[in-house]
Design a protein around this ligand. Sequence first.
Ligand code: BGC
Length: 391
Amino acid sequence: MKFSKSALLALATAASASPTKRQSAAPGACPSPVRLDASTNVFRQYTLHANSFYRAEVEAAVRQISDPTLAAKAAKVADVGSFLWLDTIKNIERLEPALQDVPCDHILGVVVYDLPGRDCAAKASNGELKVGELQRYKTEFIDKIAEIIKRYPNTAFALVIEPDSLPNLVTNIDLTSCQQSASGYREGVAYALQQLNLPNVVMYLDAGHGGWLGWDSNLRPGAEELASVYKRAGSPSQLRGFATNVAGWNSWDQTPGEFASRSDAQWNSCQNEKLYVEKFGAALRTAGMPNHAIVDTGRNGVTGLRQEWGHWCNVDGAGFGQRFTTNTGSELCDAFVWVKPGGESDGTSDPSAVRYDEFCGKPDAFKPSPEAGEWNQAYFEMLLKNANPPF
Ligand code: BGC
């Protein structure tokens, strides 16, 4: 179902004016309240929705492509299920319009991403909230998102909680910025897990990727870090497990792995995401946290591009990866999903920008690239041309 912008605004205004009267009126939503059982793989029942925000970005991109064959392929990207990022307080306004067209057999994927002192080990995604602004995070960000989700009990939501945050506390705690962020991350993530623990929600807590917490010496501390925050949140019933490879580049099951011939590979038994899901999943189980995963396959269609495993910014030559499926071949992996919206930048390549991170200037990073989250048409077209499977 399509809505004009003014109709959406009217809906949003009506909703905020009389929140109590509004009982899940999202058109197309289920006739009765959705109850997700997080002890099962809900993606078997609900298809990841191709959200209207990314659809609009892709449709605008299609209009810029003059080659009709490429334009026709680009148009198909709009139909791929992907996650909507809530990365600032202001961008919460994207949520309500995006849930209007979610039918009863679909689930809306949402990334919750605005912790105080965000992106403590890098610069490109530093957020709006400073260390110490946890109260604002709780009341102006998490509470507002929870309010909207409660207003739409007949719509299903899958949430990825705070990419990179807890993994940074495991491996980058030598940095002053991460030390300063640590208590706010733990309390903030626990608060998010608690407040968003709603019947129509399943949650996956971000666990980095195999080249990060997959190192043998990081597996256990990583699992314990996540599990401790989960327990602090009161072991919420709607937490299904963890998300990996978010905005990442790792192959699902390339064997031997992309970096397996490196001399340090002996210290990392998770040379692809499948191995990582299995080993980190086992460590989580030992640590007492639910351990099913979703894996971001949005941009991992091409491997062999990165000079180093840790290169994360706008990798040059990348291609779109597997589209949404629950056919993963791993009991622990619920689904392949697109979390990072392909075409949105990871960070600016402009060295004079405040949020310039040197990783975005590496030889294997695509240039020029705009600020994190902004659209990069050339990058989108490259992902499309290199898509694997192709469009
Ligand atoms: C950026 C966010 C953006 C997200 C999705 C992150 O790297 O920091 O602002 O919403 O990517 O593109």
